[in-house]
Write a protein that binds this ligand. Structure first.
Ligand code: NDP
Length: 251
């Protein structure tokens, strides 16, 4: 399922922060950066997810560093940034949640919770880490948005608002920070094969994948590969872009 593209990027001297980097797509982003030689700080909320990932990534030794962080809370993010023991070159804002309901049924709490994590969280993490970026002309901010931010989606007023906001912040940072050596870009995944999708009945899965020109779901690796490319020196002139990784869903 899903072509595995073997990109050979070298991140040997790079320090990376991946939010929500212990589970799902974020775990794969963490793993590929580690395989490419980087040192990765994983900012993760639940201690259980941290423990599972710690075992899974044990072979990378001290190059993987876990911090328990709630990205939706400024004080938690600020404390994590202050205690980070190294300067960073690459930040991947990946942590995200959904609380889907039709607009009529969506409560203010449903809206607020998703905005707090997906939008405020990206602002908090980027803001708190800005002074922790290395003094170099190679700096990267990559944020995981979603294709639904580009076309809206039933039952996702809160999620679409948060991801559209992430795209807006990305374009603004692309303008404000480029002269300081940053690029800021967003990745917009389509339907990605995660444990939640794997658990769907085959018929329901097929009806979703039929809508994708590629005829299948994407893999976490395909999102991670896009992140590594945007983080690489080879992508130095890509700034303010939203890269759809969706099998052609949005064309
Ligand atoms: P998962 O639910 O599998 O993983 C989400 C990650 O975010 C978890 O590691 C979770 O940590 C972390 N997280 C959630 N809330 C917080 C918080 N307050 N503080 C710190 N970490 C937090 O989701 P996916 O891997 O599927 O999604 C990853 C990103 O990709 C998200 O931004 C999502 O919106 C986006 N995306 C996913 C798509 C898909 O089809 N899967 C499609 C389009 C976009 P914990 O384990 O502690 O809960």
């Amino acid at each position: 399922m899903g072509a595995q593209i073997n990109l050979k990027f070298d991140f040997k001297d790079s320090n990376v922060v991946v939010t929500g980097g212990a589970r799902g797509i974020g775990l794969q982003i963490t793993r590929l950066f580690l395989e490419a030689g980087a040192k990765v700080a994983v900012w993760e909320y639940s201690p259980e997810s941290i423990e599972v990932a710690r075992l899974e990534l044990a072979s990378f030794g001290e190059r993987v560093y876990f911090q328990q962080v709630d990205v939706s809370t400024w004080s938690s993010v600020e404390a994590a940034a202050q205690s980070l023991p190294f300067a960073v070159e690459i930040l991947v804002n990946n942590a995200g949640i959904t609380r889907d309901k039709s607009f009529g049924k969506m409560s203010v709490e449903d809206f607020q919770a998703v905005i707090d994590t997906n939008l405020n969280g990206v602002f908090y993490c980027t803001k708190a880490l800005l002074p922790k970026f290395a003094d170099t002309q190679f700096k990267r901010i990559i944020s995981i948005a979603s294709v639904v931010a580009l076309y809206g989606n039933f039952g996702q007023t809160n999620y679409v608002a948060s991801k559209a906001g992430v795209i807006g912040m990305t374009k603004t940072w692309a303008r404000e920070l480029a002269r300081k050596g940053f690029t800021a870009n967003a990745v917009a995944p389509g339907f990605i094969m995660t444990p939640m999708v794997e658990a769907m009945p085959l018929e329901a899965r097929n009806s979703v994948s039929d809508k994708v020109p590629a005829g299948r779901f994407g893999t976490p690796s395909e999102i991670a590969n896009a992140c590594l490319f945007l983080a690489s020196r080879e992508a130095s002139y890509i700034n303010g872009a939203v890269i759809s990784v969706d099998g052609g869903l949005v064309v």
